[in-house]
Ligand binder design. Structure first.
Ligand SMILES: Cc1cc2nc3c(=O)[nH]c(=O)nc-3n(C[C@H](O)[C@H](O)[C@H](O)COP(=O)(O)OP(=O)(O)OC[C@H]3O[C@@H](n4cnc5c(N)ncnc54)[C@H](O)[C@@H]3O)c2cc1C
Length: 313
């Protein structure tokens, strides 16, 4: 394969990136896909039940299937799986506008770029969070709720994700505390009423989490009651942090417009970002409803639009 300049450089090996690579391969574009590890965020899921066409599969199985499908286009798409892309810069190649994509010690030139670098869970940033990550401090209730069998757990964050975590946990835990920073829950009314009706659930408002404590595993959570300023401690063996996610858009700063949350702003019809030659798809964009199927559909749209753009050049 001639690697002087690619038609498209795809960043990210999650559902969006892999879909883009498959579409690019089928369009016989000269493409490169660069990402950390295949599968993206839901790799950790025990069960995915909305992967259309397969009623139930685990995150690991989904990643395997993505890998197998990607393998089919490997003669057309160069797959680079491990280093992170650190920078994308506007450049020129053979007198034509291009982009220079830097990863690890390497760099490539591409006529267009599709950013599909997804998002990551937002952290609390309190003492003990990193220390006990995976040992009582968790970000995925779907994955880790079963570890709370007959234990006490706290969910931090009263949005819809927090309430979903409570629902996951009540099936296993003895007691579930739901801590919300504000004086009311952010989640919608219907979900709120349903989840809080459970006898095991205790809602604590005006609660600012200050520390996660333990020995080898989590033993308690300390929070400040922001109304009174008093510090309180809950004996829990699990803390489920559900305070949203952050886009992996650092590589796009200065290149394209981001919204106030750092998400790449795209045209929802074409997936084009603010700079000609750059597209984005999936959880890294401002498109609401962060889901595998949506990320994949948007990535397919993006490659079809890129293909048309290249034909017009
Ligand atoms: C625990 C959990 C369970 C979920 N369950 C479901 C579900 O059941 N059904 C559903 O539809 N959705 C589910 N989702 C949401 C779904 O996972 C996302 O919507 C989907 O993964 C978005 O795909 P993406 O390709 O845009 O991003 P991601 O999946 O985030 O993939 C992005 C990839 O890019 C890589 N990357 C990041 N930065 C760089 C960089 N600088 N250079 C190179 N690579 C980079 C990342 O490591 C990652 O591999 C779940 C999410 C989580 C967290």
């Amino acid at each position: 394969m001639n690697t002087d300049i690619y038609d498209v450089a795809i960043i990210g090996l999650g559902p969006a990136g892999v879909t883009a690579a498959i579409y690019a391969g089928r369009k016989r574009l000269k493409a490169i896909i660069i990402g950390e590890s295949i599968g993206g965020q839901s790799v950790v899921s025990r069960k995915i039940e909305n992967w259309i066409g397969i009623p139930e599969l685990s995150g690991a199985e989904m990643a395997m299937r993505l890998y197998d499908h990607l393998d089919i286009v490997k003669d057309h798409v160069k797959i680079v799986d491990s280093p992170k892309v650190s920078l994308i810069e506007e450049a020129s190649f053979g007198g034509k506008p291009a982009f220079q994509v830097f990863y690890g010690e390497n760099q490539v030139f591409a006529a267009t770029v599709l950013i599909a670098s997804g998002s990551r869970r937002r952290k609390l940033g309190v003492p003990g969070e990193d220390e006990y990550s995976g040992r009582g401090a968790y970000y995925c209730s779907i994955c880790d709720a079963p570890l709370m069998q007959d234990k006490d757990a706290a969910v931090v964050g009263g949005g819809n994700a927090g309430l979903e975590a409570v629902s996951d946990l009540v099936a296993y835990a003895r007691k579930v505390y739901l801590l919300e920073l504000m004086d009311e829950l952010k989640a919608d009314q219907a979900t709120r009423a349903k989840v809080l009706a459970g006898r095991k659930v205790e809602l604590i408002l005006n609660a600012k989490t200050r520390e996660i404590k333990g020995r080898s595993e989590v033993q308690s959570l300390t929070y400040e009651d922001t109304k009174t300023g008093t510090m309180k401690e809950l004996g829990v063996q699990g803390v489920f942090i559900q305070i949203g996610s952050e886009p992996n858009s650092e590589l796009a700063k200065g290149l394209v417009k981001l919204d106030a949350c750092g998400q790449i702003i795209v045209d929802p019809i074409s997936q084009q970002a603010s700079r000609p030659g750059v597209w984005a798809a999936g959880d890294v964009t401002q498109i609401p409803y962060k889901q595998n199927n949506i990320a994949m559909g948007d990535a397919a749209k993006a490659i079809l639009d890129i293909n048309n753009y290249l034909l017009r050049q």
